[in-house]
Design a protein around this ligand. Structure first.
Ligand SMILES: O=P(O)(O)OC[C@H]1O[C@](O)(COP(=O)(O)O)[C@@H](O)[C@@H]1O
Length: 401
């Protein structure tokens, strides 16, 4: 029997109509929503202090609820300014759509029915399905365009940056769906993003030139960055330069709620995360480091364990919470879309991001899709690793999986 075609249009179907999402339209940040009542949550009672970005004082909020992401970024929370609040609302919305997409039983046929995807017609006359990373890219692009707050978006999925709006105050760099090679096995994936101010001094340049210059800003100029982990929980972790905070999507309300305020990465962990099938392609220093810590012979006299999901956001998220080091020692991950945003987050949590020799955020990108070795993690583990000197994998033969 032919199975029925179930249309799924990510442009219109989020939140899905179900008892959990009773068909309400997407909530972009209202001017002030601090007074609205919400269901009390069993898992936390948190309150954002009114000082910019300060969430050190946590207590029951007046309405018995807990801060949502839009409350956190708006007045009464981090108060990052109206433009960034609006941009964040659109980013948040895009990521909820991607979360629904990656969890959908129909995602393999998405391109056929998606108003967003619109791929070339196949033999059947219908649009060919598009890979989820392309659809995710289009979701983010359309949300950023609609926000009116973004001058240029540079995406790992696009050859060149896309100029959106002469008056947009921000530049967004993104990897829309990292780890997408894992999708068919329902292994966690993630969106990574970084936000810069538009370089007004480049406004007079031709579009292509100013789009590129804006996108190649050094990570030290980041205004904010974040990732969204699509896993057993959907978690948005972000920093505006005053700590790193994570919010968990509450499917009963559609809100991201503050669950991990002021994350501090432990100064040491007991986990290293790397694709160690590449051991024989590693340089001597990296081999010695891994051999040392897994035998418990490093400065931390504990035997380290290996964990490698092969999905950067998931490996990074675990490292941020539990400590240790997550790494990809070959020239594989991208400086602009992955290394800079995640280094900003780990530094804001008290850790370190390096290419094995120098701080990631101090590197001036010279190419949009520039790749480099990436090491992120606990401060003391990272410092110890770097003493081994020779940790960057120079041999990069190309691996099939
Ligand atoms: O093949 P390796 O070296 O283990 O790389 C795995 C890494 O590549 C990624 O899949 C990203 O690579 P792509 O951008 O090519 O998908 C990360 O999610 C993961 O951490």
């Amino acid at each position: 029997m032919q199975s029925p075609i179930v249309p799924l249009n990510p442009g219109y179907n989020f939140p899905p109509k179900s008892p959990h999402f009773p068909g309400k339209s997407p909530r972009l940040p209202p001017k002030s929503n601090l007074g609205r009542s919400r269901m009390a949550s069993p898992f936390c009672r948190l309150r954002v202090n009114s000082k910019i970005g300060d969430i050190t004082s946590l207590s029951s909020s007046s309405d018995g609820g807990f801060p949502t992401l839009s409350e956190y970024v708006g007045q009464g929370g981090a108060n990052v300014g109206d433009d960034l609040v609006v941009l964040f609302g659109h980013l948040e919305y895009a990521c909820k759509k991607i979360a629904a997409l990656v969890a959908s039983p129909y995602n393999t046929s998405l391109g056929e029915h998606s108003g967003i995807a619109g791929g070339g017609a196949g033999a059947s006359g219908r649009d060919k399905p598009k890979p989820l990373d392309i659809v995710s890219n289009e979701i983010i692009l359309s949300s950023l365009r609609n926000s009116g707050k973004v001058a240029v978006m540079a995406s790992e999925e696009d050859d060149a940056p896309i100029w959106l709006n002469d008056d947009g105050p921000f530049v967004v760099v993104t990897d829309p769906l990292d780890g997408s090679r894992n999708i068919d096995a329902s292994i966690p994936t993630g969106t990574i993003f970084g936000i810069y101010n538009r370089l007004v001094e480049a406004d007079h340049l031709p579009t292509e030139e100013k789009a590129m210059l804006n996108s190649l800003q050094s990570g030290s100029r980041l205004v904010a960055s974040g990732y969204v982990l699509y896993s057993s929980a959907t978690i948005l972790c972000t920093s505006f330069g005053s700590g790193t905070h994570a919010f968990t999507l509450d499917h009963s309300t559609g809100d991201f709620v503050l669950t991990h305020p002021s994350i501090k990465i432990p100064p040491r962990g007991q986990i290293y995360s790397v694709n160690d099938a590449r051991y024989f392609d590693w340089p001597e220093g990296l081999r010695r480091y891994i051999d040392t810590v897994r035998q418990g012979k490093g400065k931390n006299p504990k035997k380290y364990s290996a964990r490698y999901i092969c999905s950067l956001v998931a490996d990074f998220h675990r490292t941020l919470l539990y400590g240790g080091v997550t790494m990809n020692p070959r020239d594989h991950l991208r400086l602009v879309y992955e290394a800079n945003p995640l280094s900003f987050l780990v530094e804001q949590a008290g850790g370190r991001g390096s290419d094995g020799t120098i701080r990631i955020l101090s590197i001036q990108p010279v190419k949009l899709h520039q790749r480099l070795p990436l090491f992120l993690g606990s401060l003391e583990d990272m410092e110890e690793l770097e003493t081994y000197g020779d940790v960057q994998q120079k041999v990069n033969p190309g691996y099939e999986v």
